[in-house]
Structures are given as C-alpha cells and as structure tokens.
Design a protein around this ligand. Structure first.
Ligand code: BT5
Length: 315
C-alpha cells in the first residue's frame, strides 16, 4: 500500500479526523488527503464523511490493503482474485529484486505441491507465498518450512481447530473415522523454494496453502478445510496471524524447532519415510536442526532430511 494511504488509515483508526487535521498530521495538502481517501474508498475501505471529519467505518473483507491494514509484520501484500500459482508470482518478484512481499490469492489455477504435484486451490482459500531475503546459509532453509507450519498451526488453533504438524510440511486435523488417513486430514500444505550462493540464501519463497473457507468436495480425498472443521474464518485476520507468527519465528530461528516439537504429531509415531535412497521405517523420535527427522529403525537411528512421510498404524 502507498505509504501516505497507510498513514491515513493509521490516523483514522484512532477515531474521526477532519481533512485539515489529516493534512497537517501527514504534511500533505488537503487535496492530497481527499485523493487518498477516495483511493482507499476504491479499495473498499468504508470512510464516512461526518461532522467530526473522516471516519473509518469498515475495512474490506479480504485483499492486499485489507491484510496490510493493522498487520504487525513488514510485508507488502500483493493480492490476486485468481493467479496461476502464488509461488510462481513470488519467484517473479524475487527475480525482479523485491523482498518482504506476500503474494495472496483467493484462487489458484495452477497451484503446485512438491515434485510438481497438483495442489487444489479453489476460491475461498488462503493461497499465500512469502518472499524474504534472510541473511542465512542455504542449509537453514528447511527451518522456514517448519516456521510456516508452526505459524499456521497456531492460527488454526486460535480459530478453534486442533491442528497438528506432520513432518515435514503438512498441517493435519486428527480424525479417527474409518476413511480418514492415519494421522488425520490435510488442512495445509507448504512448498518452500529458494535460490542461493554457497554461503547465503539469495531469496526464499515459502508457499502456504490453507484450505480455509472451501468445501471439502472441491478438494481431494484426504483433505479437510477450516470451513469443515469449525466454520468459516475471517480470512483477513487469519492471514495476518500467519504472517505475524511467521515473521516472529523466522527472525528468531532458535525458537522454531522447540515450537515445532510442541505441535508435531509425528514424534513418537511409527512412520514410513520414502527417501530418494529408499524407505525408512521405524519410530520417529526427534527432529533436529535444520528440520531433519530422526527415525529409530531396526538397524539403529537414521536421520532423514527430505521425503514423503506416512504415519503407520501401531503394530
Ligand atoms: C504440498 O505438497 O503439500 C505443498 C502444497 C503447497 C501449496 C501452496 S498454495 C500457495 C503456494 N502456491 C503454490 O502453487 N503452491 C503453494 P505435497 O506434500 O507434495 O502434497 C501434494 C498432495 O496433496 C497432492 O498430490 C494431493 O494428494 C494433495 N492435495 C492437493 N491439493 C490439496 C489440498 N487443497 N488440500 C489437501 N491436500 C491436497
């Protein structure tokens, strides 16, 4: 959002203010104040003209300016009603030199999972990709995936949905009916992509797909949504919580693993992890820096850094 418009909103969130007062506070002309107010109205902010001056009476439900308004994290939010993939768009912005941008869409027409799998992303979801340029070596990148999982889990729990994390990149809601996958139904998937030199990340894009206000029938089998688990959420506030938690965690990387362990359903489970060098089966006993899973197998401990993980029924 334009800096002056942001300051107009900040000023109006304290209460009504007249045009001349606003002009003085922002150090711009009264005509400029009027122009910015009109532009905010065009972005669906409801600003009434009252006897006390301009009064902010309504904030748009969802969108870039809506998420930026009141956001306690330094991201510009670029919003699309529909886009191919928010990760692809964030990568374009990375190539163009941008940083601290969150690309947000209501719908994706070409959403991607890992290994080019398809990601269903109908209208009503929160399809989000966060572009940052952290000053860390590329080996730290997995921590950003874990941080995103913690951030969404916290936001989901605040919304009353008992989400848990399955290593490495899924947020699930436990379910014990016969047709639910072991471990629960998938609420969120995360896809982290990055580019870097040997010693430093150039950019990292963390794509977070949240099945928010969508019908389960529009997803794939084994998936669930916030709508199905607890009812529709305020997507503006939910997105803000995710961005704020993600920002706080990634600016204090030492806090990520302890938080992840607190929400992980994988630890203590029998798992089967498909890795490029074969399947690893055993009990998941820990996650270690920067996000590797330690599995106690019949042949001793094995540490896996990447792969697809299934929770197995206890033997
Ligand atoms: C993931 O991959 O779980 C990462 C998904 C990342 C999606 C976000 S949305 C914003 C950003 N923009 C993008 O284009 N992508 C990111 P993976 O672990 O490979 O899981 C993919 C599998 O999940 C698919 O093969 C399906 O089985 C299943 N799946 C597809 N859509 C789903 C959905 N909406 N909810 C739950 N499961 C789904």
């Amino acid at each position: 959002m334009n800096e002056t418009r942001r300051r107009v909103l900040d000023a109006l969130s304290d209460g009504p203010m007249s045009g001349p007062e606003l002009a003085e506070r922002l150090d711009v002309s009264r005509a400029a104040v009027w122009k910015h107010v009109e532009e905010l109205r065009d972005e669906a902010f409801e600003i009434a003209s009252t006897d006390d001056g301009y009064e902010l009476v309504g904030v748009p439900e969802f969108g870039g300016a809506a998420v930026e308004f009141g956001l306690d994290a330094p991201f510009d939010v670029e919003y699309h009603d529909a886009v191919g993939s928010t990760n692809d768009r964030a990568r374009e912005l990375a190539e163009a030199g941008r940083e601290d941008v969150a690309v947000l869409a209501d719908e994706q027409t070409g959403g991607r999972g890992r290994l080019d799998r398809e990601w269903a992303a109908p209208s009503g979801g929160i399809w989000l990709s966060v572009l940052t340029r952290p000053d860390v070596p590329p080996t730290h990148a997995p921590l950003f995936t874990l941080a995103a999982a913690v951030a969404v889990t916290r936001a989901a729990r605040e919304a009353g949905v008992p989400a848990e994390i399955k290593w490495p990149n899924d947020v699930l809601v436990p379910a014990d009916d016969a047709d639910a996958p072991v471990g629960g139904r998938k609420l969120v998937g995360i896809l982290t992509e990055m580019e870097g030199e040997a010693d430093r990340v150039s950019w990292v894009v963390v794509g977070i797909g949240i099945n928010a206000n969508v019908d389960v029938s529009d997803l794939v089998s084994g998936a669930t949504s916030l709508r199905a688990e607890g009812g529709d959420v305020d997507r503006r506030l939910f997105t803000q919580r995710v961005l704020e938690e993600f920002h706080a965690l990634t600016n204090d990387l030492d806090s990520v693993l302890p938080a992840w362990r607190e929400y992980a359903s994988t630890l203590g489970q029998r798992v089967r992890v498909e890795t490029p060098s074969g399947a690893v089966v055993g009990e998941a006993v820990d996650v270690t820096f920067p996000g590797a899973l330690v599995v106690e197998t019949d042949d001793g401990q094995v540490t896996v850094t990447a792969g697809d993980c299934d929770h197995l029924r206890p033997v």
